[in-house]
Design a protein around this ligand. Structure first.
Ligand SMILES: NC(=O)c1ccc[n+]([C@@H]2O[C@H](COP(=O)([O-])OP(=O)(O)OC[C@H]3O[C@@H](n4cnc5c(N)ncnc54)[C@H](OP(=O)(O)O)[C@@H]3O)[C@@H](O)[C@H]2O)c1
Length: 265
């Protein structure tokens, strides 16, 4: 059976590159976003070039009916064995200068939709004992104070959730990866009203290079891939430090510095 990959946010940017790279690897595709015309043009191009089947699914994932169409595909069709959660929106400026409703709809797409589709895929793929889920987070997951707090915290959720579900799915032979891009040249900035020209060019990666690196990380078996990070020990040291906290985090007695009259002095 030829495996089918569902790629959300495939009408532009990182998702469109994932669709192309997965088509090149011989996967059939379901490409999902709102812009039907762009999806159909992509589907025609990729099916013509690679001889694969591509379904263009126009859906607003922020709406329950749009999201449920993707959920139903994941759960019902055994051919769907790869999910790339790429649909997302960026932010402009800090929380104090943002409309609360805009922040909430960003969380709906970047967090709730990704969570729902990952759970659907996890349960379906685990029962079939095969499959892969790729979640696009961001490096701001590791430095949420440096960007819009809601966006950064949402991406921190994606990272933590992906690491946790990867551990849960490992015994079932289902692969899970979180990808943490830095600035990547896409439409995200223009859509959010941010001037990409104000960002130093040496900090911006091409979407093609970013996705190729992320797929190389996937092929190497990484759960977390940070395409810009040359010295991978920086990441493994952070993970080791996190693991070394574990035995100290839940104990019967408070730490001595919190005892009445105690403290650092
Ligand atoms: N670019 C960066 O610097 C960067 C860095 C780190 C992480 N990321 C993450 O990478 C992911 C992809 O972003 P990108 O940079 O490729 O931006 P992009 O070019 O703007 O792509 C976003 C995609 O999401 C789709 N989308 C937006 N709202 C949607 C909705 N309600 N329902 C369905 N699809 C929707 C868009 O298509 P339609 O408009 O056709 O619906 C588009 O295909 C996001 O999660 C983003 O947070 C980006």
């Amino acid at each position: 059976m030829k495996e089918t990959a569902i790629v959300t946010g495939a009408s532009s940017g990182i998702g469109a590159v994932y669709a192309e790279r997965l088509a090149r690897r011989g996967h059939n595709l379901v490409v999902v976003a709102r812009d039907q015309a762009r999806l159909e043009a992509l589907a025609e191009r990729l099916s013509g070039r690679y001889g694969i089947a591509v379904t263009a699914l126009s859906a607003d994932l922020s709406r329950d009916d749009g999201r449920d169409r993707v959920s139903a595909m994941l759960r019902s069709d055994e051919a769907h064995s790869i999910l790339v959660n790429c649909a997302g929106v960026g932010a402009k400026g800090p929380v104090l200068q943002s409309e609360r409703t805009g922040l909430e709809s960003m969380l709906t797409l970047n967090v709730n939709v990704l969570h729902t589709l990952t759970v659907d895929a996890a349960q379906a793929f685990a029962s079939r004992r095969r499959g892969a889920i790729i979640n696009i987070a961001s490096v701001v997951a590791l430095m949420p104070e440096r960007f819009n707090a809601t966006y950064g915290a949402g991406k921190a959720f994606v990272l933590a959730f992906t690491q946790a579900i990867a551990a849960e799915l490992e015994p079932y032979g289902v692969r899970v990866q979180a990808v943490l891009p830095g600035f990547t040249r896409t439409e995200l900035f223009e859509r959010a009203g941010v001037d990409i020209e104000a960002i130093p060019p040496e900090m911006i990666m091409d979407a093609g290079d970013m996705v190729d690196a992320a797929l190389a990380g996937f092929d190497h078996g990484e759960v977390v891939t940070i395409p810009s990070l040359a010295d991978v020990r920086l990441w493994s040291d952070l993970e080791k430090a996190r693991a070394s906290l574990a035995p100290h985090l839940s104990l019967r007695h408070p730490a001595a510095r919190y005892a009445a009259g105690g403290g650092p002095g």
